[in-house]
Design a protein around this ligand. Structure first.
Ligand SMILES: [Zn+2]
Length: 402
């Protein structure tokens, strides 16, 4: 193993000029981005899919929370905590999805989407599947058989924190939601974002990585339907920001929030539905990572700056795909933070104009399974991970101990 690593490094060093070698070695961000790996990222997504769609309130959801906690501890994330809260009561009079069914249509009429977006061109319905029978795989159907509770109840979610060496009282929150719906495997929504955050937690928790500021890696529960997990966290923890507890201990249970970045569906970018309503099975050549902020948020200007900082990080460090910026962030956990702190989200497509127009045929469907995605799709997710790792690494002052 060591021998192979040595040869790999030796080959790698001879392939690039000496000047560039020095630059790479001197740039800890480049070194950290290099620790992201496609197979490792895919393995975490695959691990999450063993719990089916992970609908909040079910045993399979709770088992996934425990698995995530075990993985974070195994990765060396030392400050793993469980956050307990009470879910929202289900409202049967409300449709499960906030997105109204869309006709398959291409027209010049102005149609509004969520977050202030405008739908254009061909659109498909983006309604969540609520029928267990739509799952054709009997094993997965059995795994997802336990229904969601019909009453509100206690829930748990997990996060871990990399403590800053010189500013432990300040942090960025890096999040994704671990629950899903639709009776598939929630591989893209949001196994892909959850795995991204877990991979970053692993890399930043390496003993040779030091950061000036803290980072909290949060795997929200209960995003689907109500955002109860992130909303309760924001409400309960916002007043505790920056308080040393106990006084004089140097310990800050809730460091001051400097920014929040959410990752929600980062795999699929195959373009607009075709005229016949089908969608290309191939990734589109223009595939990109979509960074969004919300122009109506209290911290919109600061969030916009943060979004461009992320885009610059993408241009400098991401290996395969560019990033684009939009101002209609909506329908994910970062919405719960956007009036408290600069908040952005990273996705495969814009939530309003594209996902909301049915660009992803697996969105909230029984077909959102690991096998539905190609390596090109997984690589788009990896590039989102490279983008956030590079941006957050710079913002927290990450360095490598010699
Ligand atoms: Zn999602």
């Amino acid at each position: 193993m060591k021998r192979r690593t040595f040869f790999a490094i030796a080959l790698w060093c001879t392939a690039i000029p000496a000047q560039a070698q020095t630059a790479l070695i001197d740039d800890p961000i480049q070194a950290l981005v290099g620790r992201l790996d496609l197979e490792s990222y895919k393995a975490v997504i695959k691990g999450l899919t063993q719990f089916g769609d992970r609908q909040q309130g079910t045993d399979r959801n709770q088992a996934a929370v425990s698995w995530i906690e075990t993985q974070l501890r195994a990765a060396g994330c030392t400050n793993v905590e469980r956050f307990k809260y009470v879910s929202d009561p289900p409202s049967p009079s409300q449709p499960r999805s906030a997105t109204a069914p869309l006709p398959l249509i291409a027209s010049g009429e102005i149609r509004r989407g969520v977050g202030g977006s405008r739908l254009r061109g061909m659109t498909r319905p983006a309604t969540a599947n609520s029928n267990l029978g739509a799952q054709s795989d009997p094993v997965l159907r059995a795994l997802n058989a336990q229904p969601q509770p019909t009453t509100a109840g206690p829930r748990e979610q997990v996060y871990c924190t990399k403590v800053g060496a010189t500013h432990p009282d300040e942090m960025y929150i890096v999040g994704a939601h671990m629950d899903g719906q639709g009776f598939g495997e929630g591989a893209d929504d949001d196994g892909s974002g959850t795995a991204l955050v877990m991979e970053l937690a692993r890399i930043f928790s390496s003993p040779d990585v030091q950061t000036e500021r803290s980072i909290r890696f949060a795997l929200w529960n209960n995003e689907e339907g109500s955002h109860a997990g992130s909303r309760t966290y924001a409400a309960q923890r916002a007043p505790l920001q920056g308080k040393e507890d106990p006084p004089g201990s140097g310990s800050y249970p809730e460091p001051k929030w400097l920014g929040m970045v959410q990752h929600d569906m980062v795999l699929w970018d195959h373009g607009m539905p075709r005229a016949d309503g089908t969608i290309s099975p191939e990734q589109r050549p223009e595939a990109d990572v979509n960074i969004e902020f919300q122009s109506n948020a209290r911290f919109a200007d600061q969030a916009m700056k943060l979004a461009f900082f992320f885009r610059d990080a993408n241009e400098k460090y991401a290996t395969d795909y560019p990033a684009a910026i939009g101002h209609h962030m909506s329908n994910t956990d970062s919405s719960e933070f956007m009036n408290l702190v600069p908040a952005i989200s990273l996705r495969e497509n814009e939530r309003g104009m594209q996902i909301g127009a049915g660009w992803n045929p697996h969105y909230h469907q029984a077909t959102d399974t690991y096998s539905a995605y190609s390596d090109k799709d997984f690589r788009l997710g990896l590039n989102a991970a490279q983008t956030t790792l590079a941006a957050i690494g710079q913002l927290v002052g990450a360095t490598l101990k010699k």
